[in-house]
Design a protein around this ligand. Sequence first.
Ligand SMILES: *[C@@H]1O[C@H](CO)[C@@H](O)[C@H](O)[C@H]1NC(C)=O
Ligand SMILES: *[C@@H]1O[C@H](CO)[C@@H](O)[C@H](O)[C@H]1NC(C)=O
Ligand SMILES: *[C@@H]1O[C@H](CO)[C@@H](O)[C@H](O)[C@H]1NC(C)=O
Ligand SMILES: *[C@@H]1O[C@H](CO)[C@@H](O)[C@H](O)[C@H]1NC(C)=O
Ligand SMILES: *[C@@H]1O[C@H](CO)[C@@H](O)[C@H](O)[C@H]1NC(C)=O
Ligand SMILES: [Zn+2]
Length: 554
Amino acid sequence: MTRGSTRYSLASVDDPTSYSYSKEKRKCGRNVIYSICVIISIILIVIAALLVAALIRALMLEVPSYVHPSTMEQIMQLPNMSSSTFLNLPSILGMALTFPTITNSSGSYDPVVFRGFREFLVHSFPNVFSSSNVEVHDSFPSFLLTVQGSGENATANSFLLLGHMDVVPVDASAWDDDPFSGKWLDKETEGGGFVYGRGAIDDKLSVVAILCALDELIASGWSPNSTFYIAFGHDEEVGGEYGARRLANFLESKGVKDLLFILDEGMPILEGAIAGLEVPVAIIGVTEKGWMDIRVEATGVAGHSSIPPLSQATHALATAIHNLHSSPHPVFLNDGPEEHLLLAVAPKSSWPQRLALSNPWLFRNMISAVFSRKRETDAMQRTTTATTIISGGVKDNVVPGTAWALVNHRVHPSESLEEVVRHDISAINDDNINVTVLDSRAPHPISPYGASSPAFSLLASVALRVCPEAVPAPGVLVANTDTRHYLQFSRSVYRAMPYLLTPQDLAGIHGNNERISAANVWRAAQYYHTLIMAADLGLANSHYSQAGRGGREL
Ligand SMILES: *[C@@H]1O[C@H](CO)[C@@H](O)[C@H](O)[C@H]1NC(C)=O
Ligand SMILES: *[C@@H]1O[C@H](CO)[C@@H](O)[C@H](O)[C@H]1NC(C)=O
Ligand SMILES: *[C@@H]1O[C@H](CO)[C@@H](O)[C@H](O)[C@H]1NC(C)=O
Ligand SMILES: *[C@@H]1O[C@H](CO)[C@@H](O)[C@H](O)[C@H]1NC(C)=O
Ligand SMILES: *[C@@H]1O[C@H](CO)[C@@H](O)[C@H](O)[C@H]1NC(C)=O
Ligand SMILES: [Zn+2]
């Protein structure tokens, strides 16, 4: 007999109330267990229901129809390029790369190098620069071409193509070969090898490919109905204050407004960047991030390092920077272009990624955790934080009274500049740290995208002509372009490059061993050739007359 049963029997005999109390207690315990079971069952049922809903959505979701089938058919029928200039374009790009058109800082450039580069362009694309239809506005070293339309309404389908002639400096010792050699390597291999040198991707290919396309169009006797514009800056890499800004002033003075679209360098056709995605994604940048420089300053007691002050500015600054980096800015994934990018690529992704990408509403945190692990994807989803300068102290035995750091943010379009500062102050969480905004620029407005946005749809269709296996999708450009000087001319401003690139290729941009495949060189020229013809034919409007310009439907 156990002691427990003894007590039970005692209680049952001697104290009926105690007996019923313990029976109550067990009943009550059973009730609690029962309730917990019910709650767990409900939770399991809800989870199962959510998973079933997510699975159904993943199975049903289709690639968004950004492209109209009959527009696509017309675009496929536009001619292929075939001129000798076109076939020679990798060589021409190579020669373009031999001009070290470096900009180090705003307002400084080498006029001799740029003069040479400009003459080289005139020499390489003679039909453009000798055409009576093309007017050159020279704002040396930058320039703008006006290609005169002869239709009844010369502004009906006007657009603007942008590019830049300058490149960022190089660390030549880190390159395998001369960064300004412009060599066409492995020419005989399948695909035609690649062209090597600073500016191959960013952004001399756009410049030569646009001019090559126009050169062939003019040589073939083509002339547009609508007037369009091509603008090439010389200081994009340092802000465009003397290049793009002046060209924009010129357009303003000509009364240009309400363009069908503006296209600048930007997101490429990316391959192998998203885990589980088996096809390339042709990302069209519909906005770009803003910018903010803040100065973080700590003040402490100055003195001799043999009797160091208990509170030191350098230590306070280090703590402030640590806190700032430990508390990243919020993630924006299920809102705007990012979500539509995920939904566009989901149907072409393998399982289980397909389940997650189809349902950002459910798997937001999981997707965001995966994105946070790579700097490229993390930059897409939030405002980034980079501490770029730290300063404090002058001598090894003097404790400085102040220390400061410069922090550079790239501001996500879903976060306002005020919110960025508020987040920083609360992350630093120290009243003795002085946070000052030195410089800031708001993110750009989000351009129309979706099936009923004529210009977005046109760009998606033309991208599919030169890369049929890709899925088009909207996206956020994490860097900055010259478009900031041109925003007043159109609501439909896009940042995209028709080059099929891998993340390794992207590392060459502003990095070492920048190069581009010859196949991409030809793809680029064919893209601009088709785009110019298709836009002028009104293919951006014919199927979307109700939505009209800048129509937006998501
Ligand atoms: C362009 O070239 C491709 C590949 O050679 C070919 O399939 C297509 O039919 C050509 N298109 C036109 C309009 O000639
Ligand atoms: C840019 O900086 C490099 C290295 O300091 C220098 O050699 C070059 O002359 C500079 N170029 C211009 C245009 O300022
Ligand atoms: C020319 O086309 C533009 C853009 O579609 C339109 O706003 C304008 O009214 C047209 N002008 C004439 C004279 O038809
Ligand atoms: C904070 O820094 C700014 C700029 O450096 C300065 O003008 C201001 O006086 C500082 N404020 C304090 C409380 O130190
Ligand atoms: C120009 O407009 C005319 C009349 O609308 C049309 O027949 C022709 O195809 C157009 N040309 C181009 C290059 O768009
Ligand atoms: Zn660039």
